[in-house]
Design a protein around this ligand. Structure first.
Ligand SMILES: *Cc1c(COP(=O)(O)O)cnc(C)c1O
Length: 244
């Protein structure tokens, strides 16, 4: 685990510096460690360095790590990847939040499964100081770049999707999330981040959509300048992923 503590400290420093540079309080921006492909032991090491929120892209991998680490009482798992409807029932039992809801059908299925779920649900975005045992927080992934191959709801379908989520008593609408098109120079992602911020303003503002999940290793400074409240960081914490 060479250097994981230093890498986490460096990421925290980047988050704090860019929040201050944008005239924002560093406490407004939360760090979600993206642990896809890393081992349960490495997640344990990151937890020992103070991290609590971990994002995973695949249901099976998330479930396996959650099962490995049940002795860490306040660890929070976030499903950040594309979720298929038929996997919804597997995540509602183990996640704190679902970050990439893309369709009313998925929202309805999550709502149905969340309402029927019993037992030790771990729902809630703990950093907001409002742990919530009754409703599962969900964010809507918006495809701001309009890329055909990319997941997420197109801006024109956002209003109906937000309404569908609010019709589910077991879901809590927590905000918007996006992954902009990749650009070599992160500054060029700024218009996409601004677009998510504008969509939030247009669809009810922070009162209805408290969280804006945007910014990764490569572009977190730009995302924070545009108003991000959650940055999802993998590589800068865990090193480059070996592609399998
Ligand atoms: C992998 C991933 C991240 C983390 O990306 P890094 O560039 O490694 O920081 C963030 N968000 C999503 C949705 C991802 O799939």
């Amino acid at each position: 685990m060479t250097g994981i503590a230093e890498r986490i400290a460096a990421v925290r420093h980047r988050v704090e510096q860019s929040a201050r540079a944008a005239g924002r309080a560093p406490s407004e921006v939360h760090l979600l460690a993206v642990s896809k492909t890393v081992s349960s032991q490495t997640v344990r090491d990151a937890y020992a360095c103070g991290l609590r929120d971990f994002g995973e892209n695949y249901v099976q991998e998330l479930s396996r790590k959650a099962a490995d680490l049940t002795d860490l009482p306040d660890i929070a798992w976030h499903m950040i990847g594309h979720l298929q409807k038929n996997k919804a029932r597997h995540v509602v039992r183990s996640v704190a939040a679902v970050h990439a809801v893309h369709s009313p059908e998925l929202a309805r299925e999550l709502g149905r499964r969340a309402a029927a779920s019993e037992g030790p649900a771990a729902w809630g975005l703990g950093w907001q100081g409002r742990p919530n045992r009754l409703r599962l927080p969900v964010l809507v992934e918006v495809n701001v770049g309009g890329e055909e191959q990319k997941a997420g709801c197109v801006p024109a379908a956002l209003g109906a999707l937000l309404d569908a989520i609010e019709q589910e008593p077991a879901l809590e609408l927590a905000g918007l999330m996006t992954v902009p098109p990749y650009t070599e120079d992160p500054v060029r992602a700024r218009p996409f981040f601004d677009q998510l911020t504008e969509l939030r303003a247009r669809y009810g503002g922070p009162a209805r959509l408290p969280e804006l999940s945007m910014g990764m290793t490569h572009d977190l400074e730009v995302a924070i300048a545009a108003g991000s409240t959650i940055v999802r960081v993998g590589t800068a914490i865990f090193g480059s992923r070996t592609v399998i």
